[in-house]
Design a protein around this ligand. Structure first.
Ligand SMILES: [Zn+2]
Length: 490
């Protein structure tokens, strides 16, 4: 099947990653992702992050806020005997590390925090690493030129988005998509900073707000497994409203600056928010029950916040301004495909973006828009010079092309091609079965191809090869066309 070939194609990269990991600073540092060999760590499996951030706004604007004394307690299980272990952390100052309450030695090297517990941790043992840290988190510039990580907000706040590796700019973590964990995030903010009200938003449900003097601690709990890249923090002058959407408790955080901008912006925001419930119900019917305990959206005030794209942060997607309905639909579809069912490695990103883009087509098809079939047919007629044909979505050459338009458009076309091949009954069974069988898990392209073949009862090699691997327009001449531009959504 396709899988074997795809894996073979990746082998040289995997070898490079292994060598890099061996040559790396700490034992078991580097999770071995072909695109981000330095991120992630072997030797343990995180179960839960208990995070307490103390946010201090800048003294004047423009300026960036800081983290005062903060802690992250990482509850994990050792998968090997660990004389030492590594966490991913970019910048910041580490004051102290403890393992199971005992002081541990630590060392910083590049983006690694290497921890040496007072005694080796035995394989199979559950252990807790507590990191005390502080400092001014900084954004990361990705290979495609986009910014992620901890981005300063325009009014003294901040927004943290972490796809693919930005979460390590504010949280010591095992930063690879295959190590999912539950999260508790307490974010302490002054009630007012620079004359503005400050509130803190994160993933999951709001467990409470503890007001002490001039500070408030916002406590958010994500009780279903979450990959670190989907963790978020947004601090700013937000209006936070709780209501139900699609039968799920939902928190909507909207930057007050947007609400002051006049009736046109407010009506855009209302329309966007009104789309959340119907979209959750629609995908629930199609793909199975909504996988998480909470929903909602965070809408930040774009330009000043430096956020230039929307992201499917778990349970509560983040938008850089009032989102259009198609964007809401895209990021909500990711809650099933991407957040609940997550690629094990980044080269399989089309399993996120192709599925979310195809979900937009399905939503439009069933809500008075053109059918997915006609969208596909129209795209199919476009010339080989069109940018969205390259790179083939199953053969993304490197991290610079992670969010290339082809991953989205040709990824979605792959699914329509599959639907045309196997028929609606089998096709929708495949999508639903894939979401259900892999709930909260990690997957690969090879596994998807095998799953589809089993459901269809026949080989589909030719179809997947053609749509996922063939360079240039499938059947339209190899290698033609410039690579797609970077998408404005994730
Ligand atoms: Zn997306």
């Amino acid at each position: 099947v396709l899988g074997r070939r795809a894996v073979l194609a990746l082998l040289p990269l995997l070898l490079v990653a292994t060598v890099a990991a061996q040559a790396g600073s700490g034992p078991a540092s580097g999770g071995g992702d072909p695109f981000f060999p330095g991120a992630g760590n072997g030797g343990y499996d995180v179960r839960h992050y208990d995070v307490r951030l103390a946010y201090l706004p800048p003294r004047s604007l423009p300026g960036r806020g800081r983290l005062g004394p903060s802690t992250a307690s990482i509850d994990a299980v050792a998968t090997a005997r660990l004389p030492s272990l590594s966490l991913d952390l970019v910048g910041l100052r580490v004051d102290r590390v403890e393992v199971d309450g005992r002081r541990a030695r630590f060392r910083r090297e590049g983006r690694e925090l290497e921890v040496v517990p007072s005694a080796p941790i035995e394989a199979g043992a559950r252990f807790e690493t507590t990191v005390r840290y502080r400092g001014a988190p900084r954004p990361l510039t990705d290979p495609d030129g986009s910014e992620e990580g901890w981005l300063p907000g325009h009014s003294g706040g901040a927004v943290a988005v972490g796809e693919p590796i930005g979460t390590a700019t504010w949280l010591p973590c095992n930063n690879e998509p295959s190590d999912k964990a539950t999260f508790s995030l307490r974010i302490a903010v002054p009630e007012r900073g620079l004359g503005r009200r400050l509130r803190a938003v994160s993933n999951g449900r709001l467990a409470g707000v503890d007001r002490r003097g001039r500070r408030a601690v916002w406590h958010w709990v994500a009780s279903r497994p979450m990959a670190t890249y989907l963790a978020t923090v947004a601090i700013g002058d937000f209006r936070v409203e709780k209501r139900r959407a699609g039968g799920v408790p939902a928190w909507f955080a909207i930057d007050a600056g947007l609400l002051r901008r006049g009736p046109a912006t407010r009506s855009l925001l209302r329309r966007g928010i009104r789309a959340v419930g119907p979209a959750l119900r629609f995908f629930g019917r199609l793909y199975g029950r909504y996988p998480f305990e909470a929903a909602g959206t965070t809408v930040v005030d774009g330009p000043g916040a430096k956020l230039e794209y929307a992201l499917e942060t778990q349970t509560r997607p983040t938008f850089p301004g009032p989102p259009r309905r198609s964007l809401i639909v895209h990021e909500l579809a990711h809650q099933w495909f991407g957040n609940s069912v997550t690629p094990r490695i980044w080269p399989d990103i089309w399993l996120n973006e192709g599925f979310a883009t195809y979900s937009e087509w399905l939503f439009r098809e069933r809500h008075g828009g053109p059918s997915a079939r006609s969208v596909f047919a129209k795209l199919r007629r476009r010339p080989p010079s069109e940018r969205f044909w390259n790179p083939p979505p199953g053969r993304v050459p490197g991290p610079r092309e992670l969010f290339a338009g082809s991953v989205y458009v040709r990824g979605a076309m792959t699914l329509e091609a599959l639907r045309l091949e196997v028929g609606d009954g089998i096709f929708f069974g495949i999508l639903r079965g894939w979401a259900q069988r892999n709930r909260y898990g990690n997957v690969s392209t090879a596994e998807f191809a095998e799953f589809a073949e089993r459901r269809a009862g026949r080989q589909l090699d030719a179809l997947f090869d053609r749509w996922l691997l063939e360079p240039g327009k499938p059947g339209g001449g190899a290698g033609a066309g410039a690579p797609a531009r970077v998408a404005a959504r994730r």
